[in-house]
Ligand binder design. Structure first.
Ligand SMILES: [Zn+2]
Length: 271
């Protein structure tokens, strides 16, 4: 397997992966979405709520607030040695909120949540939780736990995880009459003109929509769009809870573990 990093920053990771098949790519994608754990608020104890929103709606909004995750220090509740429904310091983080609209109408933002662990805080301080009118109060205690996206979307560490085939575009200079129709129609601006010849400018942007091939007035098509077999472009966009490369690494670890479990299971069945 050959891997090349195309783009990497805090939230986004784009790679080309060669010599791999569709099932493996899809397994990685699905595991990144549904199996890689992340931290989210799972239980809220309302102490005071005189706002116009019901407790349930506020709890739901808190649950969907992405929290920075520390996979090395915390356990999934089901794997924790405490075996307690309530949780312990290794499987639960407490956050508190005590907000009051003293001066007038105001918005309470995620940054007002106070966490017992300064490492487990909302990804952004500017996520609105509630708007309160003068005199209204909101006081609560919230418990965050690790969980998996397959149980609730709030535990999904990625906002997007997708792959596409690696495109291959050839311009047949003998057939192409440089009418620029393919250049104009491409929504991704993959093609451009060099002098009066059509050239490929941004190959990786191609999403194989085939509009350029359809637009070509030549009967035997002056442009050919194909894809490389067993080569993919993978894009992982994190919600900010974990760096995207960590999500990918965790996904490969989980896939490995699942395959080993499968192998063991087959051995047991064979006996
Ligand atoms: Zn525990």
């Amino acid at each position: 397997m050959k891997i090349e990093v195309l783009e990497k920053n805090e939230a986004n990771l784009r790679l080309t992966i060669r010599d791999v098949d569709v099932p493996s790519m899809n397994a990685l994608r699905r595991i990144a979405l549904a199996e890689v754990p992340s931290m989210a608020i799972d239980e809220v104890v309302m102490i005071e709520n005189s706002s116009i929103l019901q407790d349930e709606i506020i709890s739901h909004r808190l649950g969907l607030t992405p929290l920075k995750t520390d996979l090395d220090s915390y356990n999934l509740p089901e794997d924790c040695s405490c075996k307690s429904e309530f949780g312990c310091s290794l499987c639960r983080v407490t956050l508190t909120l005590d907000a009051e609209a003293k001066e007038g109408t105001r918005i309470v933002y995620s940054g007002e949540l106070v966490s017992e662990n300064p490492g487990i805080v909302p990804v952004s301080d500017r996520i609105p939780i509630i708007k309160m009118a003068k005199g209204q109060k909101l006081k609560l205690e919230a418990y965050a736990r690790l969980g998996k996206g397959k149980n609730h979307a709030k535990w999904q560490p990625v906002s997007m995880c997708a792959y596409k085939y690696f495109p291959k575009i050839t311009v047949a200079s003998k057939i192409c009459e440089d009418c620029t129709k393919c250049v104009d129609i491409c929504p991704k601006k993959v093609l451009g003109m060099k002098g009066n010849k059509v050239e490929v400018r941004d190959l990786l942007a191609c999403n194989l929509c085939m509009d350029c091939v359809e637009a070509c007035p030549q009967e035997s098509k002056g442009i050919k769009v194909e894809w490389e077999k067993n080569a993919f472009i993978l894009n992982i966009e994190s919600t900010g809870v974990l760096p995207p490369e960590r999500i990918l690494r965790e996904a490969t670890k989980i896939l490995d573990k699942q395959l080993k479990e499968f192998e063991e299971q087959v051995k047991v069945e064979e006996k």
